[in-house]
Design a protein around this ligand. Structure first.
Ligand SMILES: Cc1cc2nc3c(=O)[nH]c(=O)nc-3n(C[C@H](O)[C@H](O)[C@H](O)COP(=O)(O)OP(=O)(O)OC[C@H]3O[C@@H](n4cnc5c(N)ncnc54)[C@H](O)[C@@H]3O)c2cc1C
Length: 437
């Protein structure tokens, strides 16, 4: 093994990012005559679709992440390095990383995306994003802490602000979060605080347009609104957030909503490090790639997944979703192998496996080819797909046990305030607002 990794005559493929795309690319190259260095700033692969469950105390952070070294333990031609890439010298084919410089012959850039606040500083400073494990733990801590504080407060206005949770963005993440937070409050926290009346708690889902889950057929979007309303989520259309300084959400048009919680699920863009590369960018600042996934003028550089911008045959941009990243990872790897064999590069073609989103207990929507599902069967399909896609038997088993427990006992296993996420200032209460013991 060492021989292959140290042999400078074997082409060196560097993959930046061990997410959905990078992982697939690395695995696809397992038998190729190349030496691979996989770089990530984290030592784990993260299953982002279940982050909202970490944020709402359903599963533990360790259940949705898996160590990259463990995944690639048996892959002889791959070496993992924990390092953050700060910049790339495309002409010299060199990466600047937090752990030194690294040269490559072929590069697969799979750095993913990050929350997009569209330059609104009050939002980036005061709202919660949901992109990494820290974000999810921070939201969980914050939500649980709010209810502990609400239990101590008698002032009705202060209490209402604590018990008002605002989620912005009617895409899958916003819908899943809003549904899960409402269930956490009404099915679980209501039991944990038997002497408290949390009926005034509000979960608002704000959407700037006039529909939820815009990528789904209108009927499924409408079914989602109905299901959320049944779960006591207030869905507001045409609601655009203007600013949030930590106390009140200000909407365009002047309305204000007093709250200590704004979760921002209304924007995503490519990872900001790609801005420094000087490459052409398109919507969501994603790097424009050729149909072969190469960058124009740099045929040795492939960009995939959320960081890449490519249109389908109808000129619609491919979505920032896991199946696109995974299929592109495999395609980029195949194109590198073709290049080494002296064969022509081929164009990427996306095979859409369908879209699904869960709204909570027994409720989901799914669009799978000709099939449009909603309700219980869509929810079952969602459960199966997500369990199967998790990496590692242990994680699958733990998540399954947690879900079964929650389902039968109306519980959430991970209701812990651990302070493990990044620090977020907790709402400060005035003396007069506290209940007398
Ligand atoms: C909350 C949430 C829910 C989602 N739900 C779904 C869903 O249900 N279905 C679905 O299909 N998609 C979903 N997505 C989208 C999906 O997760 C992404 O489309 C997918 O992860 C993109 O894969 P990627 O490989 O491009 O990037 P990622 O999977 O994000 O991986 C990027 C990797 O690059 C690393 N990295 C980034 N910058 C650097 C750097 N400078 N140096 C070193 N390493 C770096 C990161 O640590 C990460 O490991 C969801 C996303 C989120 C945030």
């Amino acid at each position: 093994m060492k021989n292959q990794l140290n042999n400078q005559n074997i082409p060196h493929v560097v993959i930046v990012g061990g997410g959905f795309g990078g992982l697939r690319a690395a695995k696809r190259l397992a038998k190729a005559p190349v030496r691979i260095t996989l770089l990530d700033r984290n030592n784990y692969h993260l299953f982002q679709p279940l982050l909202y469950q970490v944020a709402t105390a359903g599963v533990s952070p360790t259940d949705v992440a898996y160590p990259l070294r463990s995944i690639f333990r048996k892959q002889k031609n791959l070496e993992f390095r924990l390092a953050e890439v700060a910049g790339i010298d495309l002409d010299r084919r060199t990466l600047n990383t937090t752990n030194g410089r690294l040269e490559y012959d072929q590069l697969i850039l799979a750095v993913g995306g990050e929350t997009n606040y569209f330059g609104m500083e009050s939002l980036s400073a005061n709202s919660f994003g949901l992109k990494g494990l820290d974000d999810a733990s921070r939201i969980r801590d914050h939500l649980l802490h709010l209810f502990e504080q609400a239990a101590l407060v008698s002032d009705p206005q202060a209490r209402q602000a604590l018990l008002t949770i605002v989620v912005a963005g009617g895409g899958p993440t916003g819908v899943e979060l809003a549904g899960a937070i409402s269930e956490l409050i009404r099915l679980v926290l209501a039991k944990d605080f038997p002497n408290q009346d949390f009926s005034q708690a509000r979960v608002l889902l704000l959407e700037a347009t006039d529909r939820l889950l815009a990528m789904l057929p209108t009927g499924l979007g409408e079914a989602t609104v109905k299901a959320l309303k049944k779960k006591k989520v207030e869905v507001r259309f045409g609601a655009t957030v203007d600013s949030y300084e930590g106390q009140v959400v200000k909407l365009r048009g002047g309305e204000i909503i007093p709250t200590h919680t704004l979760i921002w699920a209304a924007g995503i863009r490519s990872a900001a490090m790609v801005d420094s590369l000087g490459l052409p960018q398109a919507a969501q600042k994603r790097i424009k790639v050729e149909p072969t996934l190469q960058v124009s003028g740099h045929p040795e550089v492939y960009v995939i997944g959320d960081a890449a911008y490519l249109e389908d045959e109808n000129k619609a941009p491919l979505g920032m979703v896991a199946p696109v990243a995974m299929q592109q990872g495999e395609h980029a790897a195949d194109n590198i192998v073709r290049k080494l064999r002296g064969e022509a590069q081929t164009a990427f073609q996306y095979h859409d496996p369908g879209v699904m989103a869960t709204i909570g207990r027994n409720q989901a929507v799914a669009w799978l080819g000709p099939l449009q599902l909603q309700g219980f069967f869509a929810w079952l399909a969602w459960l199966v797909v997500h369990i199967l896609q998790l990496i590692g038997f242990r994680n699958r088993l733990l998540v399954l046990i947690n879900w079964a427990w929650d389902y039968f006992f109306y519980d959430r296993a991970v209701r812990l305030i651990t302070g493990s996420g990044k620090k977020q200032p907790r709402p400060k209460l005035e003396r007069g607002q506290l209940q007398k013991p």
